[in-house]
Write a protein that binds this ligand. Sequence first.
Ligand SMILES: Cc1cc2nc3c(=O)[nH]c(=O)nc-3n(C[C@H](O)[C@H](O)[C@H](O)COP(=O)(O)OP(=O)(O)OC[C@H]3O[C@@H](n4cnc5c(N)ncnc54)[C@H](O)[C@@H]3O)c2cc1C
Ligand code: SF4
Ligand code: SF4
Length: 380
Amino acid sequence: WHLRLAGHHPVVYDMAERLGGKITSAIPDSRIPGDILQGELDRIESVLEHVRLKTRLVASDFQAIINEHDFVVLATGAQKPRNLPVPGSERLVTALDFLQQSKAGKAPTGRSLVVIGAGNVGCDVATEAGQVGYTDITLIDIQEPASFGKEREEAEKFGAKFRWPCFTKEITDEGVVLTNGELLRADTVVVSIGDQPDLDYLPSSVDTSRGFVTVDKTWQTTDPRIFAVGDIVRPGLLTHAIGAGRKAAMVIDAIIKGRRPLGDPATMREADLVSLEYADLQADRSETIDYSRITLEYFDPRRDVFSDTGQCATECSSCGSCRDCGLCADICPQGAIHRAGLGNEKFEMVSDPARCIGCGFCAQVCPCGIWTMIPNTPLE
Ligand SMILES: Cc1cc2nc3c(=O)[nH]c(=O)nc-3n(C[C@H](O)[C@H](O)[C@H](O)COP(=O)(O)OP(=O)(O)OC[C@H]3O[C@@H](n4cnc5c(N)ncnc54)[C@H](O)[C@@H]3O)c2cc1C
Ligand code: SF4
Ligand code: SF4
């Protein structure tokens, strides 16, 4: 998206049938309604010229892809579920499989379900299981569960019980046998103890550490033409993956347009690092975005009325503190907003009064309430 906005011609490869990664395939619809998501995906597809779906990247393709393109951004996420090394582990359903099947209306059915791993993903499994008819749902963990917030509340609404510390000895036809001999009966047992990236396709020029790709602060790997963002670098949230993608795109844009050398930022001169801070995308935006295309269609303000501050906080917690999403700069039809680096990784979003037409889009779109519209002084 950001590379295309900057005038480049990125090619997106994905082995899935639809774009979007886990938000499309695994994150429950209750989190983001299907029609909203589809609208976003349609918008992205309408801007990207080259999307190659159902294309699984393997090691033998990789060199060709590097040769054909100036840069490669790895964003293949963490798709390899961790399994438990216990007898009967082949009976386990992985959380990702369960959620993907549930999203496709094909979840394994039953009455009782045990989820091994009581984090937020385990809670999502419990909630989906409750929705497809499981009535006896137990989540076990070796320690006090790290789950919290809406995911946990939703699971509890379906009567999910949380138990810890519980150590799994074996999975049998009857359910989960714990090391203390107790049997937790279950029609379905789901394992939800985290996912690892599948890095088999990576060339040796890209270093990894503990199963994740090593990057510097600009998301550049040890191969300067290869960047990596999202869960392939470290497990995180959608916002982390999206933010990293934006930053990597800006750095690549700066390199292509000669504002930054290709090399390792650690060894760069201070002057080069300044241009790395944030490339000025606004300067090129008019080349690719026709102003007539910027319409209210793209403008979907967040809900700004909350029943209480608790509800508000569970949705965001970023009130009054810019989270650097860049939405205001993207949406401004005048290109009036830019991100000004203040040194020491500090920055501020600045609106140019000479360009601002007072449409108020930035104030409406900002999820953190940063922008305040002030009435003009009436002309004499
Ligand atoms: C159940 C669940 C619930 C979550 N809920 C939330 C939430 O509410 N909010 C939140 O912010 N985050 C949530 N997350 C985390 C979020 O999903 C991830 O942080 C985010 O999806 C990471 O994005 P990504 O682009 O790195 O990877 P992914 O979203 O995993 O996308 C990777 C893409 O790469 C493709 N791919 C993989 N290997 C290859 C290959 N070899 N060749 C071609 N294509 C390949 C895949 O098909 C996929 O489309 C949740 C995660 C899970 C599992
Ligand atoms: S109000 Fe001004 S700064 Fe904000 S989006 Fe409109 S033109 Fe841009
Ligand atoms: S002002 Fe708001 S919209 Fe703009 S970058 Fe900051 S948080 Fe994002």
